[in-house]
Every structure is written in C-alpha cells, then in structure tokens.
Design a binder for this molecule. Structure first.
Ligand SMILES: Nc1nc2c(c(=O)[nH]1)N[C@H]1C(S)=C(S)[C@@H](COP(=O)(O)OP(=O)(O)OC[C@H]3O[C@@H](n4cnc5c(=O)[nH]c(N)nc54)[C@H](O)[C@@H]3O)O[C@H]1N2
Ligand SMILES: Nc1nc2c(c(=O)[nH]1)N[C@H]1C(S)=C(S)[C@@H](COP(=O)(O)OP(=O)(O)OC[C@H]3O[C@@H](n4cnc5c(=O)[nH]c(N)nc54)[C@H](O)[C@@H]3O)O[C@H]1N2
Ligand code: SF4
Ligand SMILES: [Mo]
Length: 722
C-alpha cells in the first residue's frame, strides 16, 4: 500500500486528492487531501470515482487503426506512420488550411495539452483551428480583450470576501465553479451568508445554487444583456456609481443605457421592473459586491454583450479589482505570458460563413460547413485532441454525418466513442495516474493565489506513450519531419523560445542572462515538467519544480490583490467601457427582442455526477438522479397534454425524450442535459445508459456574432406529446 497526492483533473475546482494504491498499482481509495491549503479535504462524487475512471477497462491501451468497419491494434510506429501518410497527403494536395485541428476541453486540464497546443497551432498554421473555447468561454475573452487589452485578464469573483454575490447563469453548487476555481463552493457560499452577506441567483431554473441563495429570480433565457443594461440604467439614472478606475466611454454608456429602463427590461426578461432597479440599488449599497456569470449567458446569442455588461456593472459599482469585488490572480507560472499586443478579432474569417477569427481560431459552430462545402480550403482532414464533437458541438448529428466524408482523421483520446469512431487512427494517452499534473490554465482563475504540482504516480507500461510524447510526435509530423523524429528536439525548441523571450524582455530579472545556462539549470522528467520549472523560475514567487515537489499538498500564495494597472494594455491606457465592436452589436440585440418571441426555449442542465460527455462509463456516476430527461414546468405539461415522453423540435433537428414535470424550470422553458446520446462507443456502461444527444436540437447557424460562440441556451423549440 502507498499514498499519493494528486490534483483532480476533472472539473475546474482543482481539488487536492489523497489516493491509496495497492502494491499492484490499483487505486484502493480516493479521499480529499485535508492538508491542501486551498481545497482543505473537499471532494465530490466524481473525484471519489477517480480510481474507477483511471482503471476503466474500456480505456484504450494501444493505438487503433480503422480498416473499413474493423479496428486493429497496432504499434505506435505503425500508428504514427499512418498519421504521417494521412496528414501529409492532405496538406500536400490541398494545402494546410485543409487540415483542421480541434482542441477539446481536457486539453485545458493536461500539462501536455498546454505545452503543445501552441506548437501544433503554429506548426500546422491552418485557418481551420478550433477549440472548445468557442463552445464555452470565448465571449469572455472577447469582452475582456476589448475592455482591458488582454483577453486573458479575466476577473474572478472574490467569493471569500464579498458581501453580495449576484450569480447570473452559473450553477457552482453543481458545476463546482468555472472561470472561478474555488474548491468547496458550498462551504464558501455558506460562509458568505454566515458573515451577513447575500447571494442572489438569476436563472431560468431553480438550481441547487438558486435554492441555496437568499433570493432566486427567473429570467427568460437569452435576455440577460437586457437585465444587466437595466441595472446599468438604474445605477446611472440614480447616480449610484462609484467608479475608481480610469475609464473611457462613460457618456456614451449613459446614452446607450437610456432605452433599457426597468420597464423595458421587464417586458423582455420577465423580471419585475421594481426588482431590476432594486438589484442595482443593492449592488451599489453593499460594502462590496460581485456579479458573476458563466455558461448560461456565455453560450447564448448575446454572449459577448452579457460578459461585457457584467464587467461594466462591477466597474460602475466600484467593485472591479478590489477585495470583495472581482479580482485578478497573480499566477506562479503564467505571468510571463501576461503581456502582448492589444487584442482584436477578425485577422481572418471562416471561409464559408465569414465568421471572425478570435485568438487564432474560428468557431466550432462552422466546422461542419467547412467540411461539407467544396472549394479551395475545404477541410479534408481533422486532428481532434481530447474532444467529443458529435456530443458536444451544436448540431452534433450534422458532424456525425460530415466526419465520415473526411479523407483522414486522427484522434488523441482514451476512448472509442461517438466522435473517435470516425477516426482513421486513435492514439490513446495513458491513465490519469500515469500523467504528471499541473493546472497551467485553471490557476489563472482561482479565488486565492495558489499552486500545486502532482507528479506522475504510476510508471508507463511497455507499449504505452505519454500524452506529451504523442502530441510532440504529432507536432513533428505536422512540421514535415516524419513519424520517427525525436520529440526531445521539439521540447528544446519550445523551451529555448520561452527562455529567449524572458531574457530579452527588459523588466525581466533574467534580462541579459545566458539562455543555454538557464536551460541547463532546468529540472524535470519530461518536456512539460521542464517547461513548468522554467515558468516557475521566471515567475513572481521564487518557486521551482523542486519547491513544488517538496510541497505535495500545494502552496497558498495569498489572497488576490489589486493589479489591473499591470494588466491593462489598451492603446489608450484606460479601461474601455464602450468598445466600438461591442457597441455595434447592440443593433442585433434590439432587433432580436423587438417583435414576438418564441413560445418555448431550450436550455441545458449540468448534472452533479457528470462532466460533459466522458464520465458516463463510470458506474457510480450514472443512474439515480443522473438521467437524461427533459425538465418541463407542470403547467406546460398540462397545457400541452404531455405524457411520459415528448417530441422536441428545433430548426436543427428533432428528439423524442422522457419528460419529468418539475416547477424547478420556469414556464415556457425546457431543460435537457448535454453529453448524452451514447452510440457506437466502446464504453459499455455508457451504452447501457445512452440518453439522447441534446445537441441534436442546438442550431449551429446561431452564434454570438462577436465571438462566434455556439448557442446552447435559449434555443427556440416546439414541444408536443410523443
Ligand atoms: N457536474 C458538472 N460539473 C461541470 C461540468 C459538467 O458537465 N458537470 N462541466 C464543466 C464545464 S466544461 C464548465 S464550462 C462548467 C460550467 O459551469 P456553470 O456555468 O456553473 O455550469 P451550468 O450548470 O451549465 O450553469 C449554467 C446555468 O445557467 C442557467 N441558464 C441557462 N440559460 C440561461 C440564460 O439564458 N440566462 C441565465 N441567467 N441563466 C441561464 C442554467 O439553468 C444553469 O443553471 O462546469 C464544469 N463543471
Ligand atoms: N448543449 C450543450 N452542449 C455543450 C455544453 C452545454 O452546456 N450544453 N457545454 C459546452 C462546454 S462548456 C464544453 S467545455 C464542451 C466540451 O466539449 P469537448 O471538449 O469536445 O467534449 P468532452 O465531452 O469534454 O469530451 C472530452 C473528450 O476527451 C477525452 N479525454 C478525457 N480525458 C482525456 C485526456 O486526458 N487526454 C485526452 N487526449 N483525451 C481525454 C474524452 O474521452 C472525450 O472524448 O461541451 C460544450 N457542449
Ligand atoms: S469538484 Fe471537480 S476537481 Fe473537485 S473532486 Fe469534484 S470533479 Fe474533482
Ligand atoms: Mo466548458
């Protein structure tokens, strides 16, 4: 028996875990790590199932090559040769834009995903670069990019110190928080209330978070920009602002907000006018307050406008960049990437629909168009890393039909599932316990400055490859160096590039130092570990990989402190309250709500024992309350005469789905969880609990115009008895 410590890699809460393993390397128990200064022993049912997930017998252990309808296990050499042939042929015949790459959500949670993403993108240099960002948080990058210059200057609600938390379209008691890493969210909200603070939730569903809050307001899906504009309107009309930042555009904002009176907000959102005004007054009167929003408003038609208005309200009430409001982290590792050029969008546009590039990628919502539409630049090959597009992308079934039309597809994924079944080659990464772990990206959005490294627990077995080596060899293939090139050379190049950047930066403590000497001093057992050591050594806390190894429970680096001045890189040097491209999108908002509205709207539902599409093969995480059913308000059930099942239709498709009547969802709104609809997968437990694919109903032709982000919430539908 032995004990090992490991950060949970499943969701964004970064909980520390304490694993017990048998001599044979089986995980015999998983508990919260009580000595972790951040998560303090917290664990959820998913973390507790990590052992089963890790040892899942349906995980792929060897690369697979598809031959017609059959799969054949092959050696890594054979697999990479097939990848080289497939990708090189497409790139040479049709050009690099014909090769698309998709980075799925788990690439934000793995060290290899962080280290090689840029390398793959730069090497491939294809306009068809996609990631889960455009089915998730891209609107946030766009709004912060335009307001502060830096698209990663994402302010986190200071939940541990705030007196008033307004949660709009997030459900942290079930999702455990997102763009706000706060292990044990329930305890933090409880503490907030115990110190006399208040929590208000705005959501078309009475979620677990809403039920816990002091107050819950139903809002019509997709209308949150109106609600927030109504708050801005009241703050300005009643002179309740307390701005203490240098801002541009206050007068223009006043003009823009004039039409969004509380009465107009009531008409569109269904929130009583009096309550809209009172929200503004409460935010202004609270000693400190934070407005926080996530997927409910980000994956909606006016995602960017809504993310923008959240920051506008936090700024107007004087709560931006101050304790108890919303604040920025100072990360242990990522500070060297915090500088750059002021942000803009649209360096190129997607070929078929002309959607603007953002952060070097185009929207997932248009991938099917790019595959199906003939012409120069048509996508003919796909590299999909840790993604399950068929279940997670809008109108997934269209992708299910489009993917077989590709000349070549390679997936890096531990499972044969709804998406990877279309691949020609599947390259499986090793088990979770066989990977080192560091949350490069999630530690940008923690509610305290914190860092923790988890070393690899179990060795690779013969015939396994680390995810780092898989991605490095893919990069080298894309660079035209063939299937046998040495990944060490690539790692050296990446490290040298980063060290060079640091030593050439003027204000760096390493300015003028010798890159070769720095490189020689780096410590780590793999490329990503060397990279982490470099970034820690170049970072603000005098840390190294060795320090992190010596502190296996993690290190608390203190509370968040005001630091907007360091991060602000707008050309004006001021916060832009009314960026022109954002203001231009208001026309679309007005037009959308001018006339009659659809009778029924579809929204999503995250379930506690689930994580997108890939945990349903763990027996303890399926069944019971975790079923794929449509929540419908009892009044609508009666009015429509619904029985046990209903037929739901949208512009994209149709589903027949079991109905559960519940007043947790407001009238006129139905809710269906995503990540279900398991078919054609090797996951035997998931196959026994298939559910339906909610993304058969989401419409890929609808996007948030500024970010190209998919719309999963507020989808017009009709509902009828089956
Ligand atoms: N248990 C679990 N945890 C997860 C995940 C999971 O699948 N399961 N996924 C992880 C991922 S990838 C992410 S990005 C995060 C997301 O984290 P959250 O954003 O907190 O997750 P959701 O539960 O989707 O919360 C969105 C809420 O918005 C509400 N909503 C829907 N439409 C609207 C609207 O138009 N307006 C408003 N105001 N509200 C609306 C929904 O009812 C829902 O309660 O969760 C992460 N954690
Ligand atoms: N209708 C609707 N659709 C949604 C959402 C919604 O709220 N409603 N939410 C959206 C959001 S926020 C997100 S983030 C996306 C997620 O979209 P995706 O990232 O495309 O999908 P996931 O279901 O997370 O699939 C992850 C894949 O990675 C594999 N995987 C797991 N661990 C690893 C690993 O360590 N390495 C590798 N290489 N692969 C691994 C899994 O087997 C699975 O195939 O879904 C989006 N889709
Ligand atoms: S809350 Fe998230 S990080 Fe924490 S144990 Fe659960 S799945 Fe893992
Ligand atoms: Mo996500």
């Amino acid at each position: 028996m032995r004990t090992a410590y490991r950060t949970c890699p499943i969701c964004d809460a970064v909980c520390g875990l304490r694993l017990t393993l048998s001599d044979a390397g089986r995980v015999t128990s998983v508990k919260g790590d009580a000595e972790d200064p951040f998560s303090k022993g917290y664990i959820c049912p998913k973390g507790a199932s990590l052992g089963r997930l890790d040892e899942d017998p349906d995980r792929l252990r060897r690369p697979l090559v598809r031959e017609g309808e059959r799969w054949r296990e092959v050696t890594w050499e054979e697999a990479f040769q097939a990848v080289d042939r497939g990708l090189t042929r497409v790139a040479e015949t049709y050009g690099r834009d014909a090769v698309a790459v998709y980075f799925g959500n788990p690439t934000y949670h793995t060290m290899a995903g962080f280290m090689y993403r840029e390398a793959i993108t730069q090497t491939l240099s294809s306009k068809n670069t996609y990631s889960a960002s455009t089915i998730d948080q891209m609107p946030k990058h766009v709004s912060t990019g335009f307001m502060f210059g830096d698209p990663f200057a994402i302010a986190v609600p200071d939940v541990d110190r705030t007196d008033y938390l307004l949660v709009i379209g997030a459900n942290p008691l079930e999702s455990h928080g997102s763009l706000c890493a706060a292990p044990d969210f329930p305890a933090r909200l409880k503490a907030l209330r115990e110190r006399g603070g208040k929590v208000v939730v705005v959501d078309p569903r009475r979620t677990r978070t809403a039920a816990f809050a002091d107050e819950h307001l139903f809002v019509r899906p997709g209308t949150d920009a109106y609600l927030l504009f109504g708050i801005v309107n009241t703050l300005l009309a009643e002179e309740l602002t307390a701005i203490d930042l240098d801002v541009n555009g206050l007068d223009e904002l006043r003009e823009l907000a004039a039409e969004f009176t509380p009465d107009e907000v009531e008409r569109v959102c269904g929130v009583p006018a009096e309550r809209v005004a009172r929200l503004a007054r409460e935010l202004a009167a609270a000693p400190t307050a934070a407005v926080y929003t996530r997927i409910g408003t980000s994956t909606a038609e006016f995602g960017t406008l809504t993310q923008w208005l959240v920051d506008v309200v936090n700024i107007l009430t004087g709560n931006f960049d101050r304790p108890g409001g919303v604040m920025f982290t100072r990360t242990a590792a990522l500070e060297i990437f915090r500088t750059g050029q002021p942000f803009d969008t649209g360096r190129w546009h997607s070929r078929v629909r002309g959607l603007p590039e953002v952060l070097g990628e185009v929207p997932v919502a248009t991938l099917a168009d790019e595959i199906e539409t003939p012409g120069t630049g048509q996508v003919r090959a796909l590299v999909s890393i840790a993604g399950n597009l068929v279940l997670s992308a809008p109108n997934g079934p269209r992708l299910d039909r489009a993917l077989p039309g590709l000349d070549f597809m390679v997936c890096v994924d531990p499972y044969l599932n709804e998406t990877t079944k279309h691949a020609d080659v599947i390259l499986p990464p090793p088990r979770i316990t066989q990977m080192p772990h560091y949350d490069f990206l999630l530690l940008i959005v923690t509610v305290r400055n914190y860092t923790r490294f988890s070393p690899q627990i179990l060795p690779l077995e013969p015939g396994q490859l680390s995810e780092a080596e898989i991605l490095a060899r893919l990069t080298l293939i894309l660079a035209g160096q063939g299937p046998d090139a040495d990944p060490a050379g690539l790692d050296d190049m990446i490290l040298e590039q980063i060290l060079r950047g640091a030593t050439e930066a003027q204000d760096s403590p390493y300015a003028g130092q010798d890159v070769a000497e720095l490189r020689a001093g780096l410590d780590g057992d793999s490329g990503p570990e060397l990279l982490l050591d470099a970034m820690l050594k170049l970072g603000p806390y005098d840390l190294s990989l060795a320090t992190l190894r010596a502190n296996p429970h993690g290190i608390d680096l203190g509370p968040l402190e005001p630091r907007l001045k360091e991060l602000l890189i707008t050309p004006s040097g001021r916060v832009e309250l009314t960026p022109p491209k954002i203001v231009a999108d208001l026309e679309r908002l007005r037009a959308r709500f001018a006339g009659p509205q659809p009778e029924f709207l579809l929204i999503g539902r995250r379930q506690l024992r689930s994580n997108n599409s890939w945990l349903h093969n763990t027996p303890s995480l399926v069944g019971g309350s975790n079923r794929c059913v449509l929540h419908v308000n009892p009044a609508d059930v009666a009015r429509l005469g619904l029985g046990e099942t209903a037929v739901v239709r949208s512009a994209a498709g149709e589903l027949t789905v079991p109905v559960e009547a519940t007043d947790q969802v407001m009238p006129g709104v139905v809710s269906l969880p995503h990540g279900w609809g398991h078919q054609g997968s090797s996951q035997r437990v998931a196959a026994a609990h298939p559910g339906v694919n909610a993304n058969a109903l989401t419409d890929e032709s609808l996007v948030d115009a500024l970010s190209g982000n998919a719309v999963f919430n507020g989808v017009p539908i009709t509902v009828a008895p089956a």
